[in-house]
Design a protein around this ligand. Structure first.
Ligand SMILES: Nc1ncnc2c1ncn2[C@@H]1O[C@H](COP(=O)(O)OP(=O)(O)OP(=O)(O)O)[C@@H](O)[C@H]1O
Length: 263
């Protein structure tokens, strides 16, 4: 289980997250949703231990992040953090990279080679698998980064915008399927961010909406669905939670400009 308690984070004097508290149960897939620049990546960075909140704390199974070097080291081996612009070893092949990540996370050798093959197949990278990553297209780089997160086989997976960055439709379907499979059958705990409400209904057990530096909503998909009006889709309900001003801003945008006839 992941516990975030009363977390506040500033960049300089500017507060980005204020008093965030949330629990993620083991085996859940939680989607953090919010407009651009609202602090989703910052919250994920705090969960991952790469950012240190000014107040509050993050715990994994009762172990607080960055409390002791030994505990933090153990935690990092159980928790894979994939930033949205993950570093890649450009001179290495995709396969070499996957094998190196798997070894770093202590995955058994025999499984590792088979798993790497399956990931390369799943993401249509078999042909590129033995070429240096510098020859990959943008979408292929995203796919190899995603594969690196999956090959680590960690119980906790923190992914920043895994569906962005040029994934093609087949890649999106593959990633959705893998995340659903891991959550359902293998009891992995996954926290991911996205600015796109469309992904939530299919994937999430629970949704956190970050707005104005606060957790504006944190509930199960079923509970959020009950908020939806009969004449309104779940996506529209989510969209309104994420950005209540979108509709009025659209109306304002299409209002007659000076000199236009408003008849
Ligand atoms: N290193 C930094 N120094 C100063 N300000 C930062 C830094 N990183 C992020 N910010 C600011 O903090 C706010 C939250 O950024 P963050 O990247 O967490 O948002 P986000 O919700 O993930 O956005 P997006 O959907 O665009 O990825 C933004 O206003 C951003 O400008």
């Amino acid at each position: 289980m992941i516990r975030v308690h009363d977390l506040t984070h500033h960049y300089g004097v500017r507060p980005v997250l204020r008093d965030i508290s949330m629990d993620v149960q083991t085996g859940e897939l939680v989607v953090l949703l919010g407009p651009n620049g609202m602090g989703k990546s910052t919250l994920l960075g705090c969960l991952a231990g790469v950012l240190w909140p000014q107040r509050g704390y993050v715990e994994f199974d009762g172990v607080r992040r960055r409390q002791s070097a030994r505990e933090e080291y153990d935690l990092r081996r159980r928790c894979y953090y994939l930033p949205d612009d993950a570093w890649l070893p450009l001179a290495r092949t995709g396969r070499e990279f996957l094998i190196a990540v798997g070894r770093l996370y202590g995955v058994d050798y025999l499984r590792l080679f088979e798993h790497a093959d399956r990931l390369l197949t799943l993401f249509h990278l078999i042909e590129q698998g033995d070429s240096p990553i510098q020859n990959y297209s943008t979408g292929q780089r995203k796919k190899i980064a995603l594969a690196s997160a999956l090959i680590a086989e960690t119980p906790y997976l923190l992914m920043d915008e895994p569906f962005s960055g040029g994934l093609d439709p087949a890649g999106i379907v593959a990633l959705k399927g893998v995340l659903l499979g891991l959550r359902g059958d293998r009891g992995r705990t996954i926290v991911m961010t996205t600015p796109v409400p469309e992904l939530v209904e299919e994937l999430a057990d629970r949704v956190g909406v970050i707005r104005g530096g606060e957790l504006a909503a944190y509930d199960s998909v079923d509970a959020l669905k009950r908020l939806a009006d009969h004449d309104q889709s779940f996506e529209t309900t989510l969209q309104e939670l994420v950005d209540p001003d979108t509709r009025s801003n659209l109306e304002a945008y299409f209002a007659p400009l000076p000199g236009e006839d408003d008849a």
